[in-house]
Design a protein around this ligand. Structure first.
Ligand code: 5GP
Ligand code: ZN
Length: 137
């Protein structure tokens, strides 16, 4: 897609630090890493987000995130966070589907959980039940 920075990376019009690719996906270092070795996995066909991505591409992205995670462990990291943003409300900034694979070390000073805990919502059983009904598939 025109003007999509990740499509340009796929076409080789913008350079990247590639760590893996196959017919369907590309994985490369995030230019603004949360930790050293922060990787983005993207489908080679443009899809905007989780709502649009075709399942076969999504599966390949997830399988690749696992491959990258295993490689990170081999390299010596202690853990990994997988993160994926959708739509502006979901804090997505690049509108080509991508999965963040963020390597973690014990005591690396990052605390995603603490940040989430700052936003806990109180819900009573009725609210849980009506939410469950609304989301049941
Ligand atoms: P989002 O905020 O949409 O979840 O993540 C977008 C990510 O893409 C950000 O972490 C950002 O650093 C990364 N990014 C944006 N532009 C480029 C680029 O040109 N090259 C690379 N390697 N990463 C980019
Ligand atoms: Zn794109």
């Amino acid at each position: 897609m025109e003007n999509c920075i990740f499509c340009k990376i796929i076409k080789g019009e913008i350079p990247c630090y590639k760590v893996y690719e196959n017919d369907m996906v590309l994985a490369f270092l995030d230019i603004n890493p949360v930790n050293e070795g922060h990787v983005l996995v993207i489908p080679k066909k443009h899809h905007r987000d989780i709502f649009e991505i075709e399942e076969e591409y999504l599966c390949e992205v997830v399988k690749t995130a696992k491959k990258i995670s295993l490689k990170m462990r081999e390299y010596g990291i202690d853990g990994v966070n997988i993160f994926q943003a959708n739509t502006e409300a979901g804090e997505q900034t690049v509108f080509h589907y991508h999965m963040h694979v963020i390597p973690r070390k014990k005591d690396d000073g990052i605390n995603f959980s603490r940040e989430m805990l700052r936003h806990l919502k109180k819900m009573d059983p009725d609210q849980f039940e009506s939410m469950r009904k609304a989301l049941e598939i």
